[in-house]
Write a protein that binds this ligand. Structure first.
Ligand SMILES: Cc1ncc(COP(=O)(O)O)c(C=O)c1O
Length: 360
């Protein structure tokens, strides 16, 4: 089976094997070594000297933690939204009482940094900017380096959803001054779902001291205290996912970050060129096309759901459909984590054969 959705992603055998390991005492020395090892490796991939905390939950939990640990009800927030996950990020902040202004860009496009600057000039009391680095619903990667420069001109908190980019697409957290950056184990990490990983800058910790949104399970201060003082987590951690993540991180370290980013760029090119060679059109503005997920327009006369069904049932290729307003209009090829060009070439071959059969 070729699981080519943008997460969960396939895991190498050694990662799967790691999950079969017996449980250990999460308050014991062995766990301390495990969490300290993973945390050190994560910091290298996040390219940060700040804290990185491992939470048991999915990426959305990490996004909720990012919001509730830095903000208070009534805080003015600018949400830069280019798709379904940008909207979700804004929804979380709104749910916890933030005063959210949504700066929306057309789905398929990237955010324009100058427009972000103008929005911040127009809304001078904004406290934080929420931005999705890689919008998985549309297959677009934002120019976070430029957006970060703009946010810095105003000295605001920059809170980044890097769920489907960190570890696959370059996101140097310190260099781009991301105050909180979030990812999830089922994305580029060659690991199963179950963990959210969150970096927290010194500026974000200052915000934490004043933040009044309700938090308990996702209290990052508690997570930091337990990690620093005891090499533990406050609550029972997802041990099996951590065993697996440790192995995924070892594999990533062997490949090196430049090697990983270059492979994702090559694989993405294979997906884009392959789709175009079949006469298909890409949904994303190609200048900002993502290296972890390719969104393809469903051609006229093709039933996208039927196409995905044929691919799944007859070719063993599992792709994703479109989300929300893109349902039935696009399909998405996930290519992050444990993936090589040859995997995507096989997907394109199957797609070429399935397409004519998905026309009524
Ligand atoms: C960009 C982005 N943000 C957030 C999420 C939500 O993560 P999770 O499904 O792990 O809660 C995803 C997952 O698909 C994502 O791709």
């Amino acid at each position: 089976m070729q699981l080519r959705i943008p997460g969960p992603t396939p895991c190498p055998d050694e990662v799967l094997q790691a999950q079969t390991r017996q449980m250990i005492n999460h308050r014991g020395k062995e766990f301390g070594e495990l969490i300290n090892g993973i945390t050190g490796q994560l910091k290298r991939v996040f390219q940060t000297k700040s804290d990185v905390l491992i939470l048991t939950g999915s990426g959305t939990g990490g996004l909720e933690a990012a919001v509730t640990n830095t903000l208070s009800p009534g805080d003015r927030i600018l949400s830069v939204s280019i798709g379904a996950f940008g909207e979700r990020f804004a929804d979380i902040a709104e749910q916890f009482g933030a005063d959210v202004t949504r700066l929306r860009f057309e789905w398929g496009s990237a955010a324009d940094p100058d427009t972000v600057r103008q929005a911040l000039k127009d809304g001078p009391s904004v406290k934080a900017v929420l931005v999705t680095h890689n919008e998985t619903s549309t297959g677009v990667t934002n120019d976070l380096a430029s957006i970060s420069k703009v946010v810095n001109e105003f000295d605001l908190l920059l809170i980044v959803d890097g769920v489907s980019s960190i570890g696959s697409i370059d996101l140097p957290v310190d260099e781009w001054q991301c105050d909180v950056a979030v990812t999830g184990s089922q994305k580029g990490w060659m690991a199963p779902p179950g963990l959210a990983m969150v970096s927290v800058s010194p500026k974000a910790w200052q915000a934490y001291e004043k933040a009044r949104m309700p938090r308990f399970y996702w209290d990052l201060g508690k997570a930091r205290k337990f990690l620093d003082e005891k090499s533990q987590t406050p609550w029972t951690p997802g041990l099996s996912s951590m065993y697996a993540l440790a192995v995924g991180l070892d594999l990533m370290e062997q490949e090196t970050l430049p090697g990983i980013f270059a492979r994702h760029a090559r694989v993405a090119r294979t997906a884009r060129e392959g789709a175009k060679s079949l006469g298909l059109s890409l949904f994303a503005d190609e200048a900002h096309a993502s290296n972890t997920v390719t969104a393809v327009k469903s051609p006229d006369g093709v039933d996208a759901k039927r196409l995905l069904q044929i691919l799944r049932e007859e070719y063993g290729v599992v792709l994703s459909g479109g989300q929300q307003k893109l349902d039935g209009k696009i399909f998405r090829i996930g290519h992050l984590g444990w993936v090589a060009e040859s995997d995507i070439t096989r997907v394109i071959t199957a797609l070429g054969e399935a397409l004519p059969r998905a026309r009524p």
